[in-house]
Design a protein around this ligand. Structure first.
Ligand code: NAP
Length: 430
């Protein structure tokens, strides 16, 4: 058999240890598919003394991960440290400069610096692979960049953050509030001690920016992604959504229009019969609309040691075989300079929940504001009566522009009979 592919592995946390375990457990399968053994020979992490549940004896250890790029016995660098800046970025840049291919699971790095890193990799003639950066074990990068390469993609929508999906699923199943479920998720290890990146939608936005670049063949544009998280979703809204035949999901949606690309991450109400509505718990899913292939949906585990290691090692097998695709599917000069459209350019249907004083005339004031803004109502729901006190009123609209809805929301919030800032959730087809 040919010489092993020698891997330098930076980061021995959840994913790094998962890669070492997978390469031990599946060494025969990996070698057969790669055409040669794939062997980690050098590693880097911060704490040399920590037990990582995998043997490290015989592997060269570097305190400074960037040193892996200069190790002449390392063929490929795998970056599993994380973060858009700092040692992860320094290592990837140094590896490309040294002419070494890189495999990374780092969505923040690829979303923020992916255009420059791809240009550097292509100039140096090396591969930059990142299957693990989006949706963990789901091979969505390969599906978009290779499997669907013959198609024009018009829309891509996904559940891209398992922590948020777990929280929303548990809130719905148990009728519990966001803060309680988040605290449980942290205890169970489904949410980070600092969960902001997940629950505020930033992690999903990193992944959506990467998917949109691949789907539409344009440079990655993370700052253009509109981002809202799930902190404001209440058990009450989830119950109302259920009564109306919807489930609430944090979706990342990118659409190609004649005027440019819209990319947005926000909570969305999807019909409870839509396949994506049934993707529950920590699972992720991606739905792609392709002109010749039609709709393709992939579902699976978006995180965790095993699924993420599966994606990292798939990239290593490609490298061992010498299979290479341009980072964004086409050479940088062949990418389309499509404009990014602002959220104000969006239009769709909306769910509104207001807490109003239970008094005659209040609903008429609200509907007058909507009428004046050109927003047409589809349905209205009011449960329970308690004269003089706060009661929830739920409205859904027909398709209307985001700009009209935002202007109506501002005026509704200012009505003296509306007691809390209104909750607005966009309704999506799924
Ligand atoms: N966890 C997942 O399920 C998942 C899924 C998809 C993608 N990812 C991505 O995979 C990457 C790794 O995630 P993870 O969950 O495995 O992270 P993690 O458990 O926090 O592990 C990070 C590793 O990086 C090492 N490290 C940090 N700073 C370093 C430095 N300055 N020099 C050398 N090593 C350093 C740490 O060393 P010590 O162990 O010594 O502290 C640790 O081993 C991230 O980009 C993440 O977004 C993770």
């Amino acid at each position: 058999m040919a010489r092993p592919l020698s891997v330098g592995l930076a980061g021995l946390g959840t994913v790094g240890a998962g890669v070492l375990s997978l390469l031990r457990a599946n060494a025969d399968v990996v070698a057969a598919r790669a055409g040669r053994p794939v062997a980690v020979t050098a590693v880097s992490a911060r704490d040399r003394g920590r037990d990582r549940g995998v043997p490290l004896a015989g592997l060269r250890w570097y305190d400074d991960p960037v040193a892996l790029a200069a190790d002449p016995a390392v063929d490929v660098v795998v970056e599993l440290i994380g973060g858009a800046e700092g040692p992860a970025r320094a290592l990837v840049e140094a590896s490309i400069a040294a002419g070494k291919p890189v495999v990374t699971a780092n969505k923040a790095l690829i979303a923020v610096h992916g255009a420059a890193l791809a240009a550097a990799a292509e100039a140096a003639g090396v591969t930059l692979a990142f299957e693990a950066a989006v949706a963990g074990g789901i091979p969505v990068i390969k599906a978009l960049r290779e499997g669907l390469a013959a198609n024009r993609i018009s829309r891509i929508a996904g559940i891209l953050n398992g922590t948020c999906n777990y929280i929303l699923t548990t809130m719905r199943e148990r009728g519990r509030e966001f803060a309680d479920v988040l605290a449980d998720a942290q205890r169970l290890g489904y949410a980070e001690a600092d969960p902001a990146f997940d629950i505020d939608g930033v992690d999903a936005a990193h992944k959506l920016a990467i998917l949109a670049a691949l789907a539409f063949g344009r440079p990655v544009d993370f700052p253009a992604v509109h981002i809202e998280g799930i902190r404001r979703i209440s058990a009450l809204d989830i119950a109302f959504a259920g009564a109306l035949g919807y489930r609430i999901k944090l979706l990342g949606i990118a659409t190609r229009t004649e005027r440019g690309i819209k990319a947005r991450v926000h909570p969305a109400m999807v019909p409870d019969s839509a396949p994506i509505a049934l993707v529950e718990g920590v699972f992720n899913a991606v739905v792609m609309d392709a002109d010749f292939a039609g709709r393709v949906m992939l579902e699976g585990r978006g995180a965790g040691a095993g699924p993420t290691a599966s994606a990292v090692v798939a990239d290593l097998i490609d490298l061992a075989r010498g299979r290479a695709t341009p980072v964004w599917g086409a050479a940088p000069g062949a990418l389309a300079p499509l404009d990014s459209l602002p959220m104000a350019a969006h239009s769709g249907a909306f769910y509104l929940r207001l807490m109003v004083v239970d008094r005659p005339g209040v609903i008429a004031d609200v509907t007058a504001v909507l009428r004046d803004a050109g927003v047409s109502l589809e349905s209205m729901l009011q449960r329970g009566r308690s004269p003089g006190e706060a009661v929830p009123v739920v409205l859904t609209t027909h398709e209307t522009s985001e700009a009209a809805m935002q202007s109506a929301l501002g005026r509704i919030a200012a009505l003296p009979t509306v007691l809390e800032p209104p909750t607005m959730i966009r309704i999506e087809p799924g």
